[in-house]
Write a protein that binds this ligand. Structure first.
Ligand code: ADE
Length: 248
């Protein structure tokens, strides 16, 4: 996967995205992250990339020309117009399933906005996906882009060393992940659940599923309504919805 991040602050990306698991994925050639400095493409003699909003109002608007030329530099390099994500609190909220969907792409462009926004005309021209990372307003799109790149990358085969850990985890089937324990058996007066040491994999699986459901019911009841539960589980955990549910 090749990521192209159109930004006024490329240095923000350099620090974060080339370390840890993503750094290793880059070394293995599974992902490549390129920050494209929008300012390098301005035709303004003072290197300006923003201007006052037509109609008045607070703040500045990022102009269309430098963004479009930065985008064209990418599309000319790769030879087609890839999916292009604009990070904005006005978009639909980013989810695990969107991360999986985007992980199947070969190239992704992220446009990071700043100030009061971006000239609408360039958005109409290049953006395929509007995405928010939550109902709050940040100072720019760089952190949201990094959040998305992290979530998308770990869905790419080979990025996580343990393939399975990308599967049985929070949001699989709209359930949160079960609690985990490791040595020592007793810590701070608290014992790990005995069943996890029983060696009975079937019982452990049942216990973990139950914990997942209970956790989701407690912390994310909204998710539980959409969860992939059997009819019996729905009855046991008091989930009532119109659909019939799975039979096994
Ligand atoms: N830019 C500013 N706030 C944002 C948010 N919540 N999600 C995505 N992009 C943003």
């Amino acid at each position: 996967m090749n990521y192209y991040i159109l930004t006024l602050f490329p240095e923000m990306m350099e620090q974060t995205l080339h370390t840890s698991i993503l750094g290793k994925a880059e070394e293995k050639g599974l992902i490549k992250i390129q920050a494209v400095n929008i300012r390098d493409y301005t035709k303004d003699r003072h290197q300006k990339t923003d201007d006052y909003p037509y109609g008045g109002g607070a703040g500045m608007v990022m102009q269309a020309q430098p963004i479009y030329d930065a985008y064209l530099a990418v599309t000319e390099e790769i030879g087609y117009r890839p999916r292009t994500v604009y990070l904005t609190p006005q978009g639909p909220t980013f989810t695990q399933s969107k991360a999986k969907e985007l992980a199947a792409e070969k190239d992704l462009v992220f446009l990071c906005g700043h100030y009061e926004g971006v000239d609408e005309r360039v958005l109409e021209e290049i953006v395929t996906d509007y995405v928010s990372i939550g109902d709050y307003v940040l100072t720019g799109g760089e952190l949201p882009a990094m959040v998305m790149i992290d979530a998308v990358s770990r869905m790419i085969p080979g990025v996580l060393t343990n393939e399975a850990s990308g599967m049985a985890e929070s949001f699989e089937g709209n359930l949160l992940e079960y609690p985990q324990y490791s040595r020592p058996f007793e810590w701070n007066g608290k014992k790990a659940p005995e069943i996890l040491l029983s060696g009975d994999h079937r019982k452990i699986e049942i216990w973990r599923r139950e914990q997942s459901i209970l956790r989701t019911k407690k912390y994310r009841p909204d998710l539980l309504q959409k969860a992939d539960l059997t009819i019996k589980e729905k009855a046991v955990y008091g989930v009532n919805d119109e659909s019939a549910g799975r039979s096994v």
